[in-house]
Design a protein around this ligand. Structure first.
Ligand code: HEC
Ligand code: HEC
Ligand code: HEC
Ligand code: HEC
Ligand code: HEC
Length: 458
């Protein structure tokens, strides 16, 4: 070793010494950072009000952690970004009752969505999503619940269900989960009180993160099994950085209800979490969400696959979690804490992106909008193609009902519209995984081409 260093010319030796010094400084900075974080953890422990696993009220937990609690309460804030955020609008144009304020209708923004969802509840009412504070009231108020029968399974992702699952299952959350899934919506919603709360993401003993939703526990275990990890237990086996995404993936994922009476909330991940792997689960089960009113296709509805889409992007690959962007550390005086004001990171670019990207907030925002704009254009082309294909099918059904080529073409409609909806329902307009969103929309347009070919060529 010494021999080797002697062989190095003087200039290089100095370079190495400088590099070593820099490395030392970096290590010290890292240790200081870790120490600071530990201090934050500890200072968080001066409990003002007692709480444990039986206390669901976020105000009680919040009395001990006022910064996190105050930011959590701010999820009522609403501001628009070009493709995201949210904005309050009256339920109907002449509605003056402030309680009926909702977020804007996506159906009015883009009527092509109605053609895609013809005959399904989503064609009645579908709105821009907004902050966590509204999750329970928005679900109770949507026409999809008021005008259609829905199961208790809807509540898994729209309320603090931690305690309800235990009560309904006599202490066993998995049993309670099954009971609530199968209940009618009205009975189930009477069992919950709060939107997602501290108890759903945190262990009261040490405030570490935990997964509290059986559907995610099962879903992630099924997915990990495809990667060769048997008997995966998320609360035992996941790293802290993984948990910073998994707590969100309890809800921000594609799902379906399995069983006509059981309505078991299920994440279709037994073959993987890419769109084609999810689609093949639906194929295998011959699952349909509804029968398309215009064409008779066995149609599928995709729902907010943020976790699945993010997992295909460069940030997931680089170990960047949902919380890194959506719950950035913020400083208040000498204290640093995780903002619980979960919202569009474009409203907090400096805190959300600045930690890793040394670029001005304006430039960072422009980079995101550049990706989103391109996704939006391609999404429009795909929707135009789909609407045209649906009219072709409608015409064919009239002139040659039940012809074998129609049956084949309907399969293409089923798959193509699931793929388009997958990008449409994903809420980042392509940002979480730009190339993946493009690949899926390109595939959808090709499926429509094949479907039209099936219709016109024998
Ligand atoms: C690298 C940063 C980053 C990561 C990591 C990330 N997101 Fe996002 N997310 C964004 C950006 C940027 C947008 C676009 C916001 C907009 O258009 O206003 C977005 C949009 C969203 C939206 C819609 C927000 C709105 O206001 O309409 C949701 C929901 C969301 N992300 C959830 C997630 C979840 C869940 C994860 C983890 C599985 C995740 N995000 C990971 C940056 C990130
Ligand atoms: C697996 C979790 C999950 C389940 C189950 C679930 N939701 Fe949601 N829901 C979400 C997430 C995440 C959002 C926000 C993202 C979005 O709107 O795409 C949302 C948004 C909504 C919204 C506001 C935006 C809109 O679509 O108009 C309504 C209303 C809603 N859900 C109703 C329901 C109903 C009714 C059910 C039962 C049929 C249900 N949800 C089941 C996770 C879920
Ligand atoms: C949707 C999940 C979720 C909910 C709900 C939630 N938190 Fe958190 N919380 C997080 C995440 C993610 C972190 C970051 C944890 C980490 O880095 O290990 C965090 C961190 C914390 C920390 C550690 C210090 C810090 O700021 O990083 C405290 C204390 C905390 N939360 C308190 C609360 C309180 C009080 C509530 C209820 C008012 C609450 N949390 C609700 C997800 C959540
Ligand atoms: C219990 C289920 C659940 C969990 C856990 C959850 N979300 Fe949500 N999230 C929702 C629902 C439901 C909505 C839509 C509420 C509405 O529109 O009324 C939503 C809305 C959002 C929005 C849109 C906010 C806006 O202002 O437009 C973002 C961003 C978001 N969630 C990110 C996250 C992140 C990041 C995590 C993890 C730290 C997370 N969510 C954890 C269910 C959940
Ligand atoms: C914890 C670190 C981290 C955070 C926070 C983060 N990024 Fe990144 N980002 C990365 C890494 C790592 C890459 C991969 C490129 C690289 O290695 O230089 C990347 C790449 C990107 C790219 C290029 C994408 C591509 O396909 O090549 C964009 C655009 C981007 N980030 C935007 C954002 C935005 C916007 C935010 C905030 C909302 C954000 N990032 C937050 C670490 C981060």
């Amino acid at each position: 070793m010494i021999q080797r260093i002697r062989e190095i010319p003087g200039g290089r030796l100095i370079a190495i010494a400088v590099a070593a010094a820099v490395a030392m400084v970096l290590i010290l900075a890292l240790l200081t950072n870790i120490f600071e974080r530990q201090q934050e953890g500890r200072s968080a422990y001066q409990r003002v009000m007692a709480f444990d696993d039986t206390v669901g009220d976020p105000a009680v937990w919040g009395a001990n952690f006022p910064r996190q609690y105050e930011s959590y309460l701010r999820t009522v804030d609403q501001s628009r970004t070009r493709y995201g955020g949210s904005e309050a609008v009256p339920r109907t144009p002449d509605d003056a009752d402030p309680r009926s304020i909702v977020s804007q209708s996506k159906l009015e923004e883009d009527p092509r969505l109605k053609a895609m969802w013809a005959g399904y509840a989503f064609a009645i009412d579908f709105r821009e999503e907004r902050g966590h504070a509204f999750m329970l009231s928005d679900q109770r108020e949507t026409d999809r619940v008021k005008k259609k029968q829905q199961p208790g399974a809807c509540l898994n992702c729209h309320a603090s269900t931690y305690l309800a699952y235990r009560t309904l299952g006599d202490g066993d959350p998995h049993k309670g989960f099954a009971v609530m899934n199968a209940m009618p919506y009205e009975a189930a919603t009477a069992k919950v009180e709060h939107a997602v709360a501290c108890i759903d993401c945190h262990n009261p003993k040490d405030m570490s993160l935990r997964v509290s939703r059986p559907a995610f526990e099962k879903g992630i275990a099924a997915y990990k099994a495809t990667l060769g990890h048997k008997n995966y237990d998320v609360n035992e086996d996941a790293s802290r950085q993984e948990m910073r995404s998994y707590v969100c993936a309890q809800c921000h994922v594609e799902y379906y209800f399995d069983g006509k009476d059981t309505k078991t909330l299920t994440f279709p991940w037994s073959k993987g979490i890419k769109v084609e792997e999810i689609y093949s689960v639906y194929q295998q089960k011959q699952f349909r969400d509804w029968t398309h009113k215009t064409t008779g296709a066995a149609a599928l509805k995709a729902q907010h696959p943020e976790f699945e889409m993010w997992s295909q992007g460069i940030h997931a690959r680089s170990g960047v979690a949902c919380a890194d962007c959506h719950m950035p550390y913020v400083r208040e005086g000498a204290t640093k804490f995780s903002s619980h004001h979960v919202q569009s990171p474009l409203l907090t670019v400096e805190q959300s992106c600045g930690t890793c990207h040394a670029v001005s907030p304006e430039e960072m925002k422009a980079r995101v909008e550049n990706i989103q704009e391109k996704t939006f254009v391609l999404r429009g082309l795909a929707l135009d193609a789909l609407v045209e294909f649906i009219s072709d099918l409608e015409r064919a059904q009239k002139t040659k009902p039940n012809a074998p080529e129609i049956k084949r073409a309907l399969e293409f409609q089923r798959q193509a519209q699931f793929y388009i909806d997958y990008v449409e329902a994903e809420n980042s307009m392509g940002f979480h995984a730009p190339q993946e969103a493009t690949r899926i929309l390109g595939t959808a347009i090709d499926l429509i081409r094949q479907g039209q070919r099936a219709l016109y060529r024998k």
